[in-house]
Design a protein around this ligand. Structure first.
Ligand SMILES: [Zn+2]
Ligand SMILES: [Zn+2]
Length: 249
């Protein structure tokens, strides 16, 4: 059996570490043109107390394909991708849960849960739940299924407090939410809102891939400025801010 270190190292050359800095959204690490928050983050309520993306996931590139395929495919290919993604999550949380907890104002997270799929039927067998609840040692003992998708229709990529509901009342526990991908953040923020309604304390989210399009504005230049290979000792929350290449004037 390959180790967590060996499996996670397979993606070191395609992972792109988000870093805070000028022209980077202070909530979601999207690139901005000089704004403190990106468009999506100024248009949905900032319910999460902290957010840490492990890597950027660039549309149509390798990590993006892995994040789509591990839940779309079956059999050995899906299992292998799931094992790699589990190793990435394991190694990152083992190194950086403290940073995320500190950013959320707590010592550690009492509970860990996943952001449910928007599709109720798919959510029943979401492979991310197996990763978080069974494979990843730093999360499996604290995992509980805390959220369900409600019957309420919510447009894709829209924030709604009613999109999810908690499976039980909470009493101030700090919750770590895990998702595979962050696009606009609407799902993670909606999930956090449902947990707050149920009585949760601080809530933070970790995602494996913060989705970006390379063609959008200056994203290609910005992505090329990120140091590689991926450095496990730093995360988006504990690393020094980095001045990535600015816009060409
Ligand atoms: Zn943002
Ligand atoms: Zn860190």
């Amino acid at each position: 059996m390959p180790s967590v270190r060996e499996l996670s190292a397979l993606y070191e050359n395609v992972m792109l570490a988000p870093r805070s800095g000028p022209d980077v959204c202070g909530t979601c690490f999207n690139f901005t043109a000089g704004y403190a928050r990106c468009y999506a983050c100024t248009h949905s309520p900032p319910v999460l107390d902290a957010f840490a993306p492990i890597s950027y996931s660039v549309a149509h590139e390798q990590l993006h394909h892995a994040l789509a395929s591990y839940k779309r495919l079956n059999g050995d290919v899906a299992r292998r991708l799931g094992a790699i993604l589990a190793a990435i999550l394991w190694r990152f949380i083992a190194h950086h849960e403290r940073c995320i907890a500190q950013a959320a104002g707590v010592a550690r997270f009492d509970l860990v849960t996943i952001v449910p799929s928007s599709d109720r039927n798919r959510d029943e067998h979401h492979p991310l739940r197996r990763i978080v609840a069974e494979l990843v040692a730093p999360t499996r003992d604290r995992h509980e299924r805390l959220l369900l998708r409600t019957d309420i229709e919510v447009p894709a990529r829209s924030f709604s407090e009613a999109k999810f509901r908690a499976t039980k009342p909470l009493h101030g526990q700090a919750v770590l939410l895990i998702d595979d991908t962050w696009t606009t953040g609407a799902s993670a923020q909606s999930a956090a809102a449902a947990l707050k309604v149920a009585g949760a304390g601080s809530i933070a989210a970790v995602v494996i891939g913060r989705h970006l399009n390379r063609e959008w504005h200056q994203n290609d230049r910005r992505l090329r400025g990120i140091a590689q290979p991926f450095e496990w000792a730093d995360c988006a929350l504990c690393a020094e801010p980095v001045a990535l290449p600015r816009r060409q004037s």
